[in-house]
Design a protein around this ligand. Sequence first.
Ligand code: NAD
Length: 329
Amino acid sequence: MTQKTALVCGAGGFIGGHLVKRLKAEGFWVRGVDLKFNEHAETRADDFAIGDLREQDFVRRVIDRPFDEVYQLAADMGGAGYIFTGENDADIMHNSATINLNVLDACHKRNIKRVFYSSSACMYPEHNQLDPDNPNCAEDSAYPANPDSEYGWEKLFSERLYLAYNRNHGMQCRVARYHNIFGPEGTWEGGKEKAPAAMCRKVAMAKDGGKIEVWGDGKQTRSFLFVDECIEGTVRLLRSDFEGPVNIGSEEMVTINQLAEMVINLSGKDIGIENIPGPLGVRGRNSDNRLIREKLGWEPGLPLRKGMQTTYEWISSEIDKKHNRQKAS
Ligand code: NAD
């Protein structure tokens, strides 16, 4: 049997790094592409090309053969501190849209059929996410569109782009809307980290009896999906007959203060929470998994606490390693 091949765009990133591992475990030959290597783990890809997917020539060079599966995860993104300030809007829209235009067209011209695209729950309309107790993120609530960030608008545009290639060029692209993915080997400091990682870092660094700062009044709600389950949903969707868009997320909704309390509890420390002003995003967001259950007969099931425990342990060990390096130098 010939070995299956996969291309992972954004393989130096958090989800891409985990996806490469999964595909290697399944026996694929994998090419990874990114601006950089992953900071947290050595890549398992058979071939890794460093380069800029905004450049058409580079994209044509890395898509120089048919691949059985292409995963397009590369995007200019970050946590709330990057997406919601407005300062990075032009870059976010230009960079990510250019990547998607280039990769999809190069795949089409190589006669590659199966391309996975990672959209985001950030494309859902703001007006359906004002009530923290009852956010509506059913897939069919996307229109009339009104995302609360340019990042969300670009995702919506690109979703439509992939589906247009299915319609007009006979491709079989698959579109998922990820909801807050977290886990080990993700960014945990520097401003681009998301709430779960930021919470773990703050708690791990706080002294017993101290306090951690949490943005907003702490009553805004979210759900968070552990990365292993995101990968499972991703490969299942790409290999399925359903083109999407479909949510890949958890339905276990918590307030941000509950998330902080969970991490504090996992740490065993006595730590208080101080809610401070900060960039927030929508008031409430939760995955709606009815469609994925129906179409794939599968949905994520790992309790949030289990994923947070694994992540807390990993971030604590990264902080220890960093301290030891600083002491040694
Ligand atoms: P990430 O930032 O860790 O990975 C994205 C990767 O894309 C980075 O390694 C980055 O270097 C690379 N990249 C950016 N611009 C590039 C360019 N011009 N050329 C080549 N590579 C480039 O992010 P992630 O969390 O792994 O997310 C992967 C995908 O999933 C993204 O498309 C993101 O929008 C989407 N998504 C993620 C989440 C989440 O919670 N992590 C939620 C919704 C959607």
